[in-house]
Structure formats: C-alpha cells, structure tokens
Design a protein. Structure first.
Ligand code: PEP
Length: 246
C-alpha cells in the first residue's frame, strides 16, 4: 500500500504519521511512503516499523549537470527502496513521456530501486473508448525496449480522471483494466502478467478500499490524499491486510 504524499507534509507531521502507523504494523501488507525529495533521508532515521519508502520521481541520468533532478543512486544511498515513475501529474504537468520512462526504469534497477510505473487514461480518452489503446501504448513504449524483463517491476493503474477528484473507478472498471494489463504483459513476455503486481490508484479512501482490494486482480493501492490522514490511511492499510489474510 503506497502513500504518495505529493508536494505535501513537513518532516514533523510526516514523522507523526509514520510513527503512529508503525505501532500496529500490518501482518501481510507492505506499506511504502513517498515523501518530497528534500526529506527523503529523514525517513531512514524514523521508526517506520516494517514500512519502506521511496522517491516520487528520479532522473534517468546517473549524475552531473542536471539541476533540480534527483539521482536513483542518491535515493538508494538515503535508504529508499522504491520509486514512482510516470505519475500522471509528471506526465501532464512536466511533459514526461513513456519513452523517457524506459530510461528511468533502467536507472532505478541499476541502483536497486523497485520502480512503480504509473499508467492510465484521461477522461477524454475513456469517453472516446480509447482507454485500452492508450494503456497498451503506454506499456509498449515504456517496456518494449527492456524485454525480456527479469528484474522486479510494479505497475499502478491510475485513471487520470480518478486522481484527486473523489471519483473512483468502479470495481468492474478497475478489474477490467487490470486484467487487460495482465494480458498485454503476457503478450509481451510469457508469464509477465502473472508475476507483476498491479496497484490501483485514484481516490482510494476508507470507504471504497475493501471493495477494491478484495479483488484478486488488484494487488494493492497507490493512495494520494487519503495517505496524508493518519486515521484514513490506517483504515485503508487494515482493510487491505484483512483482504490479503482472507
Ligand atoms: C495519486 O496521487 O497517485 C492518487 C491516486 O491520488 P488520490 O488518491 O488523491 O486520488
């Protein structure tokens, strides 16, 4: 269960949140926090329980004259174990392309970070019934050059129209796309659809978490707004943990 804090939280509030949630560590659920880059290294000093953390983005470059960027090597050196890649806010606000993401996945793997690649369609693309085509293209453009894939990769299906809008995909919509993603992955490489974890993201909250995470095709969640609130995130983690136990 990944909490994407985006450009929110100061270290003191973040520490309260993670240490409060560390008190009752979930038995089956891996919790991952994604803080703003400047205080990423602080999480190594806090009591996270069994939780881990990572970067919201990394550079595709190893080091050098890339002002404002963060290297995978530094994230790893600061104790990070994951990186989000291709969040829709990065794609739409900062022009990140699927082709660039391929290089970022390589950079993550090179420095022992587990990439969580975000994919998903806009409202317009869904209304035009182009969502399957868009998702397939995103997968092909980011992953084709990496085949055969032997390193770990997590995908997050995040319909852009559901991010931060309070509008969640229905369980049927989410499951349909997760199955489609698995079939595209299997076309690309035999078995890849079964070995890849696929998270759902988009207005997950304490009220809809159980229904979403009880689906066998949904392996976990990428949570934005609700991961900033201790009680909400606690409930979401508990519900996911119960689903994994059931
Ligand atoms: C996200 O940031 O990836 C996200 C899904 O946000 P929210 O849960 O707020 O929709």
């Amino acid at each position: 269960m990944a909490g994407n804090w985006k450009m929110n939280l100061f270290p003191s509030t973040a520490q309260d949140l993670v240490e409060s949630l560390a008190v009752e560590a979930p038995k089956h659920t891996q919790v991952i926090y994604f803080p703003q880059a400047p205080f990423l290294g602080c999480l190594q000093q806090w009591n996270l329980g069994k939780a881990q953390f990572g970067a919201q983005n990394i550079s595709s470059q190893s080091s050098g004259a890339f002002t404002g960027e963060t290297s995978a090597e530094l994230v790893h050196a600061l104790g990070g174990q994951f990186t989000l890649l291709g969040h829709s806010e990065r794609r739409t606000l900062f022009g990140e392309t699927s082709a660039q993401l391929q290089d970022k996945i390589v950079a993550a793997w090179k420095h022992q970070l587990l990439p969580i690649l975000c994919i998903g369609e806009t409202l317009e693309e869904r209304e035009d019934e182009r969502h399957f085509e868009v998702i397939k293209n995103q997968l092909m453009e980011s992953l084709h050059g990496l085949l055969p894939i032997s390193a770990d990769l997590i995908l997050a299906y995040e319909p852009v129209w559901a991010i931060g809008t309070g509008k969640t995909a229905s369980v049927e919509q989410a499951v349909e796309v997760h199955r489609f993603i698995r079939s595209v992955l299997n076309e690309m490489q035999v078995g890849l659809g079964e070995t890849t974890s696929i998270l759902y993201g988009g207005s997950v909250n304490a009220g809809n978490a159980k229904e979403l995470f009880s689906q066998s095709d949904i392996d976990g969640g990428l949570v934005g707004g609700a991961s900033l609130k201790i009680e909400d995130f606690r409930t979401i983690i508990q519900l996911q943990d119960e689903c994994l136990h059931a």
